[in-house]
Design a protein around this ligand. Sequence first.
Ligand code: BG6
Ligand code: MG
Length: 268
Amino acid sequence: MPDAHCAEIDGLILTELAPRVTVTPLAPPSIAPHHQDPMTTMTLQALIFDLDGVLTDTAELHYRTWQRVAEEEGFAFSRSLGDQLRGVSRRASLEAILAGRVLSEAQMTALQARKNDHFLTMLNHMTSADLLPGVLPLLDDARASGLRTAVASASQNAHAVLDRLGIRPRFDVICDGHSVLHSKPAPDLFLLAATRLNVPPSACVVFEDAAAGIVGARAAGMMVVGVGPPSRVDGANLVVSSLANVRLADLQRLVADRQPPAAEEMYA
Ligand code: BG6
Ligand code: MG
């Protein structure tokens, strides 16, 4: 059960840590994936974007800042561990780096704060030039096609990153590391985004660069486009190397058919 700092809506435990997250009674998704009538063809209605590693390469900043803290503290760290931390919350990332070492709550808090200070220092240098290729054209196409858009990020810095990139107003809904108690790989962030968009999960396509996010989005009943090398995003329904390679028509088919385009039509 949620504690005194949380509220529960439609089975999602929402946190009330951030004043900007208002918990309003929203209509539940009209069609849950397991209730979808097999005879109806779903139409694509919304695009839900992970942030770090999808809209911009802040995944690399998270990697470098955890690496710095690990070096300062004498903890082992590697590229492969860093990749496993993609999409994982700050607290869970630290626990993974500690690999079973037990620290006091005060030490845990201090290390997370230090990592975040390093991250925010690097974030100060970011501008709209750090948007990854294809982001703006895809958002423009989505808007022109009447699709709704959301960000579903485990980061507590999502609003700050979107502001640095100058794209916050382009999204109808932003769910971040303050929004839910159970972060990725739980489906909660994605389900909350769909609920706030007032769109059924099965009408959404999610863009993710991380295994944790792919697991969460699929558990939410959404089709997922993996952005990155197939070895990292192999659980996705469709894999692209960059958002610049995404065509709305293919996303529409992904949602309508509930399966990826035929192999010969895949574009990575
Ligand atoms: C995710 C990143 O988006 O956000 C993770 O992929 C990061 O690497 C997580 O740990 C939490 O970010 P923050 O900004 O709250 O420390
Ligand atoms: Mg990511």
